[in-house]
Design a protein around this ligand. Structure first.
Ligand code: ZN
Length: 141
C-alpha cells in the first residue's frame, strides 16, 4: 500500500525502524512506545487490515516468528516471560490498520496491567448456549 500506512513505509524503508528480524514474509521491530523494554511488533509484509484478510502463508509466519525472536528478546532485556497480543479491529485497540502482533516482555511484579480487563463468571448453561451460537456461525461461514 503506497502512502498512508506507516508499517508499509517501514517495510519499504521509507520510514526508519529498529529492526530485529526480517525475512520475505515478516519484519520485526521495536515499538516506539513500548509497554516494557523490548516490546516488539511482528508485521507481515502484506497490507491487510485484519488477521482474517491475511493470506495463510503470512498469517502462519507470524506465530513461528514469535517463537524464533521472543526468546532472544527475553535474554537481551532480562525478561522472564512475554505476552503475545493482536489488537484486531479498532474497538479492540488497533491503531495502525495493518495487522500486527505485539511481543511484550514481562517480569514478575512488573505491574503491567494493560492486557487485562475485568473478568466475568457466566453460568455453565450460558456458556453452552454461547458455544452453540458460535459453532452455528462457523457452520454458516
Ligand atoms: Zn500497510
Amino acid at each position: 500500500m503506497e502512502g498512508g500506512c506507516i508499517f508499509c513505509d517501514i517495510i519499504s524503508g521509507r520510514l526508519p525502524a529498529v529492526k530485529l528480524y526480517e525475512d520475505s514474509y515478516v519484519v520485526v521491530f521495536l515499538d516506539i512506545c513500548p509497554a516494557s523494554p523490548g516490546h516488539a511488533l511482528v508485521v507481515p509484509k502484506y497490507h491487510a487490515e485484519s488477521l482474517e484478510d491475511l493470506p495463510e502463508a503470512y498469517r502462519s509466519r507470524l506465530l513461528s516468528t514469535v517463537a524464533r525472536v521472543a526468546p532472544a528478546i527475553l535474554r537481551a532485556v532480562g525478561g522472564e516471560a512475554y505476552n503475545v497480543l493482536i489488537n484486531n479491529g479498532r474497538p479492540a485497540g488497533q491503531e495502525i490498520m495493518h495487522v500486527h502482533l505485539h511481543i511484550v516482555p514481562r517480569r514478575t511484579g512488573d505491574g503491567c496491567k494493560t492486557l487485562y480487563c475485568r473478568r466475568t463468571k457466566p453460568g455453565w448453561e450460558e456458556l453452552k448456549a454461547l458455544g452453540e451460537r458460535i459453532r452455528a456461525a462457523m457452520r454458516a461461514s
